[in-house]
Design a protein around this ligand. Sequence first.
Ligand SMILES: Nc1ncnc2c1ncn2[C@@H]1O[C@H](COP(=O)(O)OP(=O)(O)O)[C@@H](O)[C@H]1O
Ligand SMILES: [Mg+2]
Length: 437
Amino acid sequence: MEVNHILNEIPKLTSFKWYGKVTQVVGLLIEARGPQASIGKLCYISTEKKPSKKIMAEVVGFKDGKVLLMPFDTLQDIAPGSLVESTRNPLRINVGTDLIGKVVDGIGRPLQGMDSGKGSIPYPTDNAPPNPMERPRISSPLNLGIRAVDSLFTVGKGQRMGIFAGSGVGKSTMMAMIAKNSDADVNVIALIGERGREVKEFIERDLGEEGLKKTIVVVATSDQPALMRIKGAMTATAIAEYFRDLGMNVTLMMDSVTRVAMAQREIGLAVGEPPTTKGYTPSVFAILPRLLERSGTNKFGSITAFYTVLVDGDDLSEPVADAVRGILDGHLVLDRKLANKGQFPAVNVLKSVSRVMKDIVAKDHIQAADKIRNLISIYEESEDLITIGAYKNGSNKDVDEAIRLQPQIISFLKQGNEEEVSFQESIDQLKKTVGKV
Ligand SMILES: Nc1ncnc2c1ncn2[C@@H]1O[C@H](COP(=O)(O)OP(=O)(O)O)[C@@H](O)[C@H]1O
Ligand SMILES: [Mg+2]
């Protein structure tokens, strides 16, 4: 009786509930007996060498009565029997207006030795998207300062766009131009899964001091654990949400959501999920909508978001691209063929679309944009004939016009990375380029 009574009490003891011990480490995964923590809870693992050095880890699953954890850091110094302590809370980051102009890691800690600043509050990273019924409709354009996009694929405040591109076709340059030229109150840029050198180049060369002024850069490089890369995407989104709730118009740029998907695949495979399309696990396709639906409008402000997706060549049917395209309100395709010709920004006009544009701009603007698309399409259809000189001028009125306007259209679409244009200038130049419609 007495013994049974004691045994019944044991699970209620806090030390039993909140602490556990490492039993095994397999690959990226730590197995522990205890603590009694649910999925997503943050734990600290004390290391063998220095009890003061604790490794942050998150509960990612359970198996045969054991708790499965993933570290935010390397597994170095974790030993059998290492103490696991549950914080009873999910990860929280420190956010505040002090973050503006700073570069932070995947969990919001400022790099370059800057402190996280006064006035910051703890903020969860994994938040629910706004209630769809309470989301205001997208009603006004956001000036991005990129002529080809503002005029032909006008993006509304709170719209979510994909940027589909391979490497070296101008994603980073475009994000930096948006950060510098757009009318947003604040920019949040997440660099996920890039190499350290690329990050440094982006911040110092593309963004520069001027671009960083109203920007927060969240960095989780390719050498960091998968969990840290996922958190980078969550943290950047959470920071954008914080500023949206202050009533601001925020732009969120995530480069790349493909690398976020790959990080989730790594975690999924480690915990034993089955691989499906292209080795991606089901949780990848569960996490994408949950992450991407968090941007957009809410009753306070807006997050206009750009998510880059790595695509090889013209293959837009790659599973991540496919999933992302279904969730977002449009996409820009950056074309390597155009980049190779030196046409920057390398926006493929015929393959890109903004699904919100027709609701937020004037009719004559839409007509001019349709006209330019039509001219480009006619030119492309006859391009082979034109280049070999087999097209005889005068055979077709429309083709004649497309050939005549081609040089103006190209120079209208081109924009140097230092060149600034206002929204109105872009539209005026569009109308001038296509003439009377
Ligand atoms: N608007 C632009 N004007 C001139 N050159 C550009 C422009 N955008 C991109 N480039 C050129 O393309 C290169 C690769 O661009 P980057 O933005 O780094 O591509 P990605 O991020 O897609 O790998 C740049 O180093 C630059 O030379
Ligand atoms: Mg880049």
